[in-house]
Design a protein around this ligand. Structure first.
Ligand code: GLC
Length: 811
């Protein structure tokens, strides 16, 4: 397939940039042009969002796509001006300039910044195939787009790349694969494809989504440092330009277009334990007991493929798991949920109703000869659901009843690139057929490949919502396309128990966060191969800060539960998992911010400090929200590392030492004390010690380190599940802290929303007091506070009425 679809980035033959164009039509927000036989539309969807579509040979404009959730953009204030050979479409923030001969499009924002300008020479157009092969024909001509690289423009994003943050001078392939036996940082495409680049130019951001679920390639100023190339092997030429100017603005608009991360059930932010596989009920119970005996928090235990009968999806293996109802309810009593794996491959077996029903209803993919498409996965020969078909998605979702009715809390979608075993590491051939698109139109697999995983995850989320309408679905996916964040969280597949993979996790999750996928996590400890004591402990020091935490490893590998290696490693893992558990109120507030605005949870420094170019390559450290900076140790035998602290004042979490950024520092980080910094004046809400999320709620501590200056954060809470928050059943409080001339003022805003937390106690823990404060008052009255002289910590109760509280502390 590769040979047929080879589409060299820039110098391919048969490429014709679009030439002269004429205006055919325009309405409030859209210009419609014709360049030869190609229709081109340029639309201002929002003041800072433009869409461009080019449709060759008279094919009608269409923008429906698995990536896009918002089609209707409401009324727009857009003006159009024509002068000579140039048309300008302007919003309040950006002007799109369209030169007609030849057709070239560029954008300029209100500050005069040029962005996403077409390359003068190559513009956009199509590469036509010389042959009339029936295999490639359905794909149509290959779309190509060339953008000028602005002076100093640097590229980021591109989804789950493992090799560093910056993408300038790189070639990016977007084609979902399951590399057999793992990958390294030299691999290009992995399990998900998000053809989105974020550009930074002199501290200002813009983004470009090239919306095509077939094979896509970007050349980000590799072949020619003066331009970037975006192309596909067929299908649409549709792209979106997000004008920023901050990365936050870009992500906000990008996730408005492609969908936001749903609010997670609170329990799913807790620690999760997996193995391929916990083989039977007795082993699952033993693992659950282990967590409670070891006093290590845990909320979820996974069942990998061995829980099924011969790996047939939606069945149970009666010998290994004779009574799943009792197992899940007993575990529930102990504070554990059970999540099961579901693979797309359906065993070809005449005695298996899932298969026979799918066949009878014609819900599987076909070969080009119209036979059912078969290949081998875990159960042997399998058929593959055509998830492009809405009927298939509904049927698949309904099948989850067999799991949900047994008390399963969440679904883990795996192998959904789809991954096939013949030949090893394969995916579905490009000429396989998806017979039932939404419009009843059949499509070749090559046209929809990258969307397959997203569509599977979508069918599961929608199915769970129908089966349990009052619960927030918990869905994990390995494969997906742009917009996957609205269906599922992404875990990053099969890493290896290597130090290099611990390092790689950081850029990988940050790149995803910059591409709209914020709810992510890697397998803690590493999947393939045997981990070791120090690696597991250091991996856990990093993993505590992932939006999704799960320890997972492969069949036949050494055990890697947090207590597997004895002391001192068990204590390190316990300490980190307890810290994670305590951070859940902070993390949950970040999830709500992400759900509302698309801001990544685990975020690169550049997201908060775009004007500071030193952050652009700081890929082995990251921010959790804006209050915590984490810089894990990623090499064996090492207790020191370099950390870059951006501007502002930072306090070392373990020692309380103060650092003023911007600064490069060398930090001591013995096992159990990963470099972790708290931003001054920014309150971090922390819960009590608990063995799982359903346990205790009291007290809630607002941890703060005041210093000269001011800062703000917020605390968001709701029922932790269900959808009451959509009707105002939530509680949001702003938290601010200000210090000037030795006087510290902490304000906890009045509760917004109607949710009243069950908790009785709210307390303030203020660090960094060299001596007992002179006075402490809350709402003007003296309060009982305690001062820990050794730790320099002042603690005081705040009461939980929900009213505003102002605390004044005189040093
Ligand atoms: C795939 C998954 C892995 C899982 C295994 C068996 O390799 O990525 O997480 O354990 O299949 O189901």
């Amino acid at each position: 397939m590769a040979a047929i679809f080879e589409n060299p980035p820039q110098s391919g033959s048969n490429y014709e940039p679009l030439g002269a164009a004429e205006l055919v039509d325009h309405d409030g927000r859209t210009l419609r042009l014709k360049a030869g036989s190609t229709i081109v539309e340029i639309s201002a969807l929002a003041p800072d969002l433009f869409r461009v579509g080019a449709f060759p040979d008279g094919s009608p404009p269409r923008y429906d796509s698995e990536a896009i959730v918002k089609q209707d953009w409401g009324p727009a204030e857009v003006s159009m001006e024509r002068s000579g050979g140039r048309i300008t479409l302007s919003t309040s923030a950006v002007a799109a300039h369209v030169s007609l001969d030849p057709l070239r499009i560029s954008f300029v924002d209100a500050s005069g910044r040029a962005l996403a300008a077409d390359d003068e020479e190559l513009g956009m157009g199509f590469s036509r195939r010389p042959d009339a092969d029936v295999f490639t024909q359905p794909l149509g001509p290959a779309p190509r787009l060339y953008k000028r690289r602005e002076e100093g423009e640097r590229y980021f994003g591109c989804g789950e790349r493992t090799s560093g943050l910056e993408k300038t001078g790189s070639y990016q392939i977007f084609w979902n694969v399951d590399p057999p036996l793992g990958h390294t940082a030299s691999f290009n495409n992995l399990y998900t494809s998000i053809p989105f680049s974020l550009s930074m130019t002199s501290g200002r951001a813009h983004g470009l989504l090239f919306d095509n679920p077939g094979r896509v390639e970007f050349d980000l100023a590799l072949e020619d440092e003066g331009r970037a190339y975006y192309g596909a092997e067929g299908g649409n030429l549709v792209y979106y330009v997000f004008c920023g100017p901050t990365p936050r603005d870009v992500l906000d608009r990008y996730t408005e277009l492609t969908g936001r991360t749903p609010m997670p059930p609170l329990w799913s932010l807790g620690n999760q334990q997996c193995r391929y596989s916990y083989m039977d009920e007795a082993e699952v119970r033993e693992i659950a007991r282990g967590f409670r005996e070891q006093d290590i928090p845990c909320d979820v235990i996974y069942l990998d493929i061995h829980y099924m009968d011969g790996y047939r999806v939606f069945t149970w293996n009666d010998e290994r798991f004779p009574d799943p109802d009792k197992l899940t309810s007993d575990l529930w009593e102990e504070g554990f949920r059970v999540v099961t794996i579901v693979d797309p491959g359906v065993k070809v077996d005449e005695d298996y109703p899932v298969y026979t029903e799918g066949r009878e209803r014609d819900l599987f993919c076909k070969t080009r000869e119209n036979e059912e498409f078969h290949n081998v996965v875990w159960p042997g020969m399998c058929a593959f659901p055509d998830f492009t078909n809405p009927e298939t998605r509904e049927w698949w979702g309904e099948n989850h009843r067999a799991l949900i009715d047994r008390g399963v809390a969440g679904i883990w979608c795996d192998m959904n690139e789809p991954a096939l075993f013949v030949p090893h590491g394969a995916t579905m051939p490009g000429d396989a057929v998806h017979p039932g698109g939404p419009d009843g139109e059949a499509r070749r697999h090559a046209q929809v490949h990258n969307a397959y995983g997203s569509l599977m995850a979508r069918s599961v989320r929608e199915g769970l919502l129908r089966l349990r309408p009052n619960e927030r679905p918990f869905v994990i996916t390995r494969a997906g396309y742009a917009g996957l964040q609205r269906h599922a969280l992404q875990w990053t597949g099969d890493n290896t128990s290597w130090w290099e993979h611990l390092w790689m996790s950081m850029p990988q999750l940050q790149n995803l966060g910059l591409s709209g996928v914020a709810w992510t996590g890697v397998d803690v400890g590493g999947f393939w191969g045997d981990t070791n004591a120090e690696l597991l402990a250091r991996f856990t020091e990093f993993g505590a800060f992932q939006p999704f935490w799960r320890n997972h490893s492969a069949l036949g590998t050494r055990r890697q539960e947090p207590w597997a290696f004895g002391e001192p490693y068990t204590s390190v893992c316990r300490k980190m998992l307890k810290l994670r558990q305590r951070l859940l109120p902070y993390l949950y507030s970040l999830f709500e911010e992400c759900h509302r605005t698309g801001a990544p949870i685990l975020r690169p420094l550049l997201f908060e400090y775009p004007e500071d170019e030193t952050t652009y390559t700081a890929d082995d450290e990251f921010l959790l929200g804006d209050a915590l900076l984490v810089a894990p140790i990623t090499r064996p035998g090492i207790e020191h590392r370099h950390v870059y602290l951006p501007r502002g004042c930072w306090y070392h979490y373990w020692t309380g030492e103060r650092f003023d950024g911007p600064a490069h520092i060398l930090v001591h980080a013995p096992l159990g004390e990963p470099p972790l910094y708290l931003r001054a004046n920014t309150a971090v809400p922390m819960g009590p010690d608990a063995s799982h999320t359903g346990e205790s709620v009291d007290p809630l501590t607002l941890l703060l380190h005041p210093t000269e200056g001011a800062g703000e954060s917020s605390l968001y809470e709701d029922a932790g599940d269900g959808f009451g928050y959509e009707d105002g059943e939530y509680s949001r409080r702003t938290l601010s802290c200000e210090e000037s001339a030795g006087s510290v003022t902490v304000r906890v805003g009045a509760r917004e929303g109607s949710f009243v937390p069950q908790r009785q106690q709210l307390r303030l823990e203020v660090r960094g007091f060299g001596s007992a404060p002179e006075s402490v008052a809350a709402n003007g009255e003296g309060v009982e506070s305690s001062y820990d002289e050794v730790a320099g910590i002042l603690a005081l109760p705040l009461g939980e009425t929900g009213d505003a509280i102002t605390v004044e502390i005189l040093r």
